[in-house]
Write a protein that binds this ligand. Structure first.
Ligand code: PMP
Length: 459
């Protein structure tokens, strides 16, 4: 392997590179970990440490690292046509092929796709599309979009407003007008005294209350992740989505499923909407479409909206230089071919997903783990100071202790990447993981939990 001068890279890094979602001063003090290579489910840092990447980069490297087929497809496309735009009545072949392929993989009725460079841009596009749809339908006052607290829909001004992250809203006067938020379906945190099913209904009914408060004639759409990802892998009770669907239909509100994480096999189907029985009007995608090898996102547009945009629309005054970028589309086509040949969504649904669920649930015997659950290839566990008779009797750590960060550091030391969301530790492994890989991941997680407990006991 190449030799890296870690100190020199860290020095230049902190001098010149402003990282996303980072306390710059804090990072300058500690120095960033320099990741230099990836293969399969592993990454390597500049010091030669081999780390099992249980987060698939940032929920995106679904097909795993080191796929030379994708690199070759990108190389070929760059030599043939590195760029051309899709404005002004032009198109390119990979974009046409990918749009066609996506409409085949998507749930029935999704015939059309609008490409973007990222998930954030795709959600901005959704905001534009749903408002345009209602304008074209003659309901020009129908512009409000309802979302949920603790949702993550991206970092542009509109996407961050659609999201429900208080810390993001606090910086820069967000949300922008016309966006409202309701509760998230987090039974563990908010379902005291209710069964999961009762709580799921109650959380969904907050949508109806909000629609009535605003006036149904003002509401354009509801947006949600099938399973909240960055919010901490919040798996909704089984009653939640059917009730949301009922309410959207009753008030004729468009439903946007943000599948940036849940798309492309992560929940054991090509789209999470299928896995959870949701029937959205619009689907946001990004990340797994290229397994993160190059940036790409987009919106899959269902029949109801698609027909109106196309048949009645006139010019839709929206788009990006990199909409339908030929190189990104070539990468996506090759990535999807790999996922299809290796049957990764079905493998997650029938084989490795159930195994991950079983192994993850076993972590609940650990003294630090108050609640552990999973769906497909996302999973999370809550660290607790003391366990009670039911999950709602658990005693949490003081937030200031930041026990999640302590645990995350031990994970890194034991060669596994797990993300901390407060005191909830989450994973979203590459879909190529075998059962043996899952065993290895769980062994490292358990060791890290032991090390975290030992550190806490010393305090
Ligand atoms: N939506 C969801 C559900 C996401 O998880 C993310 C990214 N983590 C985004 C949107 C934003 O995507 P991007 O970072 O590509 O803009």
């Amino acid at each position: 392997m190449d030799q890296f001068d870690t100190r020199a890279i860290q020095h230049l890094d902190s001098a010149h590179y402003l990282h996303p979602f980072t306390d710059f001063k804090d990072l300058r003090g500690r120095g960033a970990r320099v990741i230099v290579r990836g293969e399969g489910i592993y990454i390597w840092d500049s010091e030669g440490n081999k780390i099992l990447d249980a987060m698939s980069g940032l929920w995106c490297v679904n097909a795993g690292y080191g796929r030379t087929r994708i690199a070759d497809a990108v190389y070929r496309q760059m030599q043939t046509l590195p760029f051309y735009n899709s404005f002004f009545n032009t198109t390119n072949v990979p974009a046409v092929q990918l749009a066609t392929r996506l409409s085949q993989l998507a749930p029935p009725g999704f015939e059309r796709v609008f490409f973007t460079g990222s998930g954030s841009e795709a959600n901005d596009t959704n905001l534009r599309i749903v408002r345009r749809y209602w304008d074209l339908m003659g309901y020009t006052g129908r512009h409000v979009v309802i979302s949920r607290h603790n949702a993550y829909h991206g970092s542009t001004v509109a996407a961050a407003s659609l999201g429900g992250m208080a810390g993001m809203h606090a910086q820069g006067g967000l949300p922008i007008p016309g966006i409202e938020h309701i509760v998230q379906p987090n039974w563990y945190e908010s379902g005291q005294g209710l069964s999961e099913e009762e709580f799921g209904l109650q959380a969904a009914q907050a949508l109806e209350t909000k629609i009535r408060e605003i006036g149904a004639d003002k509401v354009a759409a509801f947006i949600a992740e099938p399973i909240q990802g960055a919010g901490g892998v919040i798996i909704p009770p089984s009653t939640y989505w059917p009730e949301i669907q009922r309410i959207c239909r009753k008030y004729d509100i468009l439903l946007i499923a943000d599948e940036v994480i849940s798309g492309f096999g992560r929940l054991g189907a090509w789209f999470g909407s299928t896995a959870l029985g949701i029937e959205p009007d619009l689907i946001t995608f990004a990340k797994g479409v290229t397994s993160g090898y190059v940036p790409m996102g987009g919106v899959l547009v269902g029949q109801r909206v698609g027909e109106v945009l196309v048949e009645q629309g006139g010019e839709f005054a929206h788009g990006f230089t990199y909409s339908g970028h030929p190189v990104a589309c070539a990468a996506a086509l090759e990535n999807l071919a790999i996922m299809e040949e290796e049957k990764l969504p079905a493998q997650v649904a029938n084989d490795t997903g159930p195994y991950l669920k079983e192994r993850f649930a076993q972590l609940q015997d650990h003294p630090l783990v108050g609640y552990a659950n999973s769906f497909g290839f996302v999973a999370g566990l809550n660290l607790v100071q003391a366990k009670g008779r039911t999950p709602h009797d658990n005693r949490s750590f003081a937030p200031a202790r930041q026990v999640g960060m302590t645990c995350r550091a031990h994970m890194f030391n034991n060669g596994v990447v797990m993300r901390a969301v407060g005191d909830r530790m989450i994973v979203a492994p590459p879909l190529i993981m075998t059962k043996a890989d899952i065993d290895e991941m769980l062994a490292r997680i358990r060791q890290s939990l032991d090390d975290t407990l030992a550190e806490l006991q010393k305090e």
